[in-house]
Design a protein around this ligand. Structure first.
Ligand code: GLA
Length: 392
């Protein structure tokens, strides 16, 4: 049964009527510009054809009741209880509930009304795989409350609302890339975002090249602390480099040659982290020029360099991701392969020539199983539109 049918039927059982609307928001895959969003750099993600789907209607009471179908859990909260991260019985909100509750809180702090809703939701974005399942939950509830609240904001503002929820309510110091891609996705296009100005435009994939996602099946464990630690190291680099480059505000402002001149003043680990960021920002700028010339080979080579940098300098890879990327890079028709998202487990993204996709997927899967004993999932994915609401 497809996702829509499942949430529809469970909604009907749970609330006794059909849902009024469906909200949908996709996960994302990032092609280049990894860990640079919180350094005010450039990113190149696409929304993907996997979604979180919310069946919903306005509730007759003031509170919202949400049923998470994938977890078999339900919660109810309102504008008051979310201030204390509690449900209406006074119990602490569980981790999954903090995403929609955080969105409600963030909307309320912006003066936006969030009427009570009854909702059932489920997702086919794999959790913990680096494909932004949490941002897709935030953006799906974002457009759902926008519908019920009878106000509208631009998709990029919805992304900012989700970011505030994640930073200040959930407590992950992430950047805006995931919420942006989920809210602003455009079918068949990559999105090129300047994370400082929030200006963005779309870019075509190279002709006849496909995005293949390979899930190592290893789930990240350290992300919370590992991620926030990386963010803190970048901030430390900025603080120290400001003594030599007083005009800088973020690593975005440091050019590669300037970095080389002053890197010796940084603690060794901080220098490695900052080197990845400064070079990755330059790589992403260069990558867009290559894409605009339809240069799949040149673009893929930058993806490979990015993986090495994430592995050796930013140190967010793991043995299984390294095996998957190295295997892919050795296969015919693969332009480039690297880990995607925060790292520590999850997926690689591969750019593959159309005629090679089938053999590539088969050989990658077999080779990975042979080397690791694990069974991966390999998907050819399509760039999709961002979050939206339909009538039920
Ligand atoms: C996670 C975060 C994003 C971004 C990526 C790494 O997905 O949510 O903001 O920092 O990691 O590029």
């Amino acid at each position: 049964m497809d996702l829509r049918q499942r949430v529809f039927e469970v909604f009907h059982q749970r609330f006794g009527e059909d849902p009024e609307f469906f909200a949908r928001a996709p996960g994302r895959v990032n092609l280049l510009g990894e860990h640079v969003d919180y350094n005010e750099g450039f990113v190149l993600p696409a929304a993907i054809n996997w979604d979180t789907l919310v069946a919903f209607r306005r509730s007759r009471s003031l509170h919202s009741t949400l049923l998470a179908l994938d977890l078999g859990e339900e919660t109810s909260f309102d504008c008051q209880t979310v201030l204390d991260r509690q449900d209406i019985t006074g119990a602490e909100l569980s981790v999954w509930a903090r995403y929609p509750a955080g969105v409600m809180w963030s909307m309320n702090t912006a003066g936006l009304d969030t009427p009570g809703m009854e909702a059932v939701f489920a997702s086919d974005v794999p959790r913990g795989a680096g494909l932004s399942s949490s941002a897709s939950v935030e953006m799906a509830f974002g457009v759902a409350w926008e519908k019920l609240g009878s106000w509208t904001v631009a998709p990029i503002q919805l992304a900012q609302i989700g970011l505030k929820a994640e930073n200040q309510y959930v407590g992950v110091h992430c950047g805006i890339m995931d919420q942006f891609a989920s809210a602003c996705g455009v079918k068949d296009r990559l999105l090129y975002l300047d994370c400082r100005s929030l200006e963005w435009r779309t870019v075509y994939l190279p002709e006849k090249a496909f995005i293949v996602i390979a899930d190592t099946s290893v789930r990240r464990s350290l992300t919370g602390s590992g991620y926030n630690e990386r963010h803190a190291a970048c901030e430390e680099a900025v603080r120290i480099l400001q003594d030599y480059l007083p005009g800088i505000r973020a690593l975005r402002d440091v050019r590669v040659n300037e970095f080389r001149r002053y890197a010796g003043h940084l603690p060794v680990i901080v220098a490695k982290r900052a080197q990845h960021i400064v070079e990755e920002i330059a790589r992403t700028e260069q990558a867009v020029e290559l894409l605009e010339k339809n240069d799949a080979v040149g673009f893929g080579a930058l993806m490979n360099v990015c993986h090495t940098s994430l592995r050796d300098l930013y140190e967010v890879s793991c043995p299984e991701l390294n095996t998957m990327a190295a295997l892919a890079q050795s296969l015919p028709g693969c332009y480039g392969a690297r880990l995607t998202g925060a790292g520590f487990g999850g997926c690689t993204v591969n750019l593959v020539a159309g005629e090679a996709v089938e053999t590539f997927s088969r050989d990658l899967s077999a080779g990975y199983t042979q080397e690791t004993g694990l069974k991966p999932e390999i998907y050819v994915c399509r760039a999709a539109d961002g979050a939206g609401v339909e009538k039920g």
